[in-house]
Design a protein around this ligand. Sequence first.
Ligand SMILES: [Mn+2]
Length: 335
Amino acid sequence: MKESDIMEKIKNLKVNMEQKILLADNVVIVPHNVVDFDAIGSAIGLSMIAKKLKRPSCIVVNDPPYKIDQGVQAIIEEAKKDFNIINKDKYLQNKSENDLFILTDVNKSNLISLPEVVPSKEQVIIIDHHGTDDRTIQADDEYIDLQVSSASEVISKLICMYKIKLTPEIANYLLAGIYLDTNKLTKNVSPETMKTVAKLLESGANMNRITDLFVEDFISDRKVQELVSRAKILTYSIATVCADENEEFTGIELAKAADYLLKYKVDAAFAIGKVSDDVISISARSKERVNVGEVMEALQGGGNQYSGATKLTDCTIEEAGKKLTKIIQPPCYIR
Ligand SMILES: [Mn+2]
């Protein structure tokens, strides 16, 4: 898609979204479960837009703090002073018939905390950069672009169109979202992405602060690096690593291992590990040539060209590895 077409599409989204925000009792912003930098940054940006339009909003985050990245948790704690970040129960107590749901960085019912109370499609807007399937929530208005770096980039562009003046803190949150989903500005970065980064820096975002937010926990990082060191690089430059059956990882740790493996001369990387008693997760990352979103779709997950994941039950890590190997046999998914 040409840049001018993208801006046209975002302008359309702005017009339709604005009408709906103005008519809503409450703008309910819904990021994906195990909220990450992109989901929370874009959610806070959306809350700024609701504020500009003088409508009340809330961001529903229902993850226990131990499940999410400590930098993301730090943003939530800081942002709570100015934004209405609430859990699911609190939202359900104040729910109204006339709420507008805006899903950001997500489009599927199995990845959000309140799938059972999503309103009818007239009252749902989706802003995302992941692929869709039969679990995608029905929405009359959506901006789903698998090429854009992040939801935070889309929301930053909307904020620019509204001429909303950002505080340095909020510029940091949005930049952290872009930084995460581009693997620290090393992949899926377009000239438009860099223009957005430049605007966020002009608004006071600070790279030192972003680096602080991405600081690693020593123990968790050692665990990730031990996993990385056991990776095998298959034909066609695909790295995979399988964790031990008896060691538990978080989804974030598996994602970090896959991200890290892109440092090497590989096109894509997959990290497979147990995330709870009976759930195996695969985290996938790609530089460009392998569409890992499609690979994950073949295993009941999803994502986009650069990033994807799935969860599997009723199989061992070894079996999950075999299923994956079957799918990534060349020339599948290689451009
Ligand atoms: Mn994202």
